[in-house]
Design a protein around this ligand. Structure first.
Ligand SMILES: N[C@@H](CCC(=O)N[C@@H](CS)C(=O)NCC(=O)O)C(=O)O
Length: 201
């Protein structure tokens, strides 16, 4: 049996899509969480690039959230039907990462910067980017897979952050809303969402 160890802070942060894909696949992994000094002294020096998430697969350390998520998507049968279809999905995932980078910048900004950035995001950036993004959804899934894929899970997590922290209403984006409702309704994912550790972010 393959051994999986996932390293990240005690947060949902950037890693949550990986935890969700493990939940959906019902595959065991060690969810190794740390904070503060433990990160700097104990874990960081042993990571490939000094950053997390890192997934250790039978002793081999993989870096990069999307890289890991795509790897698991293929491995667990939640990917495009072939390499080309998976690369189509990858385009949407790349765009989702662009949105995630904006969210992260806003989240970690000072309050006075947030006061300018959040309204601009709500009024301009989100409508533009989310309307483009949802054009790539068909029948509740990102184009490239007819069933739940790693990119659906990636999108679900940024939508969760946008609604939770930045006042975005998913009802304004019906295709995204439908996709997110579908992800949350998967029994294994539903169970994880109900039982996962309650962290600040
Ligand atoms: N492109 C990388 C970015 C990784 C990254 O920036 N990780 C942050 C946490 S979300 C980190 O490790 N920060 C701690 C540090 O740099 O010491 C990925 O997607 O995994």
């Amino acid at each position: 049996m393959t051994s999986y160890k996932l390293y990240y802070f005690n947060a949902r942060g950037a890693v949550e899509p990986i935890r969700i894909i493990f939940a959906q696949a019902d595959v065991n992994y060690e969810d190794i969480r740390f904070e503060g000094e433990d990160w700097t002294h104990k874990f960081k020096p042993d990571t490939p690039f000094g950053r997390v998430p890192v997934l250790e697969v039978d002793g081999i350390k993989l870096a990069g959230m999307v890289n890991i998520l795509r790897y698991l998507g293929v491995k667990f049968g939640m990917a495009g039907k072939d390499e080309l279809a998976n690369a189509v999905l990858g385009g949407a995932s790349d765009y989702i990462s662009d949105i995630a980078a904006i969210l992260s910048k806003m989240f970690f900004s000072k309050d006075d910067e947030k006061a300018k950035m959040i309204p601009e995001f709500q009024e301009k950036t989100a409508p533009t980017m989310l309307n483009i993004l949802q054009k790539h959804i068909k029948s509740g899934h990102f184009i490239g897979s007819d069933t739940l894929s790693w990119v659906d899970i990636h999108a679900f997590c940024i939508c969760d952050n946008m609604t939770r922290y930045f006042g975005i209403k998913l009802a304004d984006y019906p295709e995204l809303q439908k996709l997110c409702d579908g992800v949350a309704a998967q029994p294994n994912i539903k169970k994880w969402l109900e039982t996962r550790p309650d962290t600040h972010h």
